[in-house]
Structures are given as C-alpha cells and as structure tokens.
Design a protein. Structure first.
Length: 71
C-alpha cells in the first residue's frame, strides 16, 4: 500500500512540474537561462508578498493569456 501511495505522489509531483514548465514555455521564456528564470521568480515571490494589488494585476494578465488559447 505504501508503495502505491509513493508512486501516486511521485506521478502527481511529476505532472505538476511538467505543467509549471509549460507555463515557462507559454510565457515565451523557453530559451532564457535558468538562473534568470529562477531570479525572476524569487524576485516575484518577494514582490507578491508585499503587494496585493500587484498580485491581482498579474492574475488578470495570466487569466487573459489563458483565455487567448481556450484554456
């Protein structure tokens, strides 16, 4: 039973990572250096904790980008 649970957790984790990678591609950042992407995400994380208006603005941009291709 524990082996099945571990396997299911690993599959879920793998799927989540694939989806997150797809967001990088969708944003047009596929060919950027990983250090740049990580730096941008770390900075964004800090800004989002400090600014709820910025969070709302970026959610709206993302929702629009998803709706542009039917997702």
């Amino acid at each position: 039973m524990a082996r099945t649970t571990t396997s299911e957790a690993r599959k879920k984790d793998t799927r989540e990572k694939i989806e997150l990678g797809g967001l990088i591609v969708k944003a047009g950042l596929r060919y950027e250096k990983r250090a740049l992407l990580l730096g941008a995400l770390v900075e964004l994380s800090s800004r989002l904790r400090a600014d709820e208006a910025e969070r709302a603005r970026l959610i709206a941009i993302g929702a629009e980008a998803f709706s542009d291709d039917g997702e």
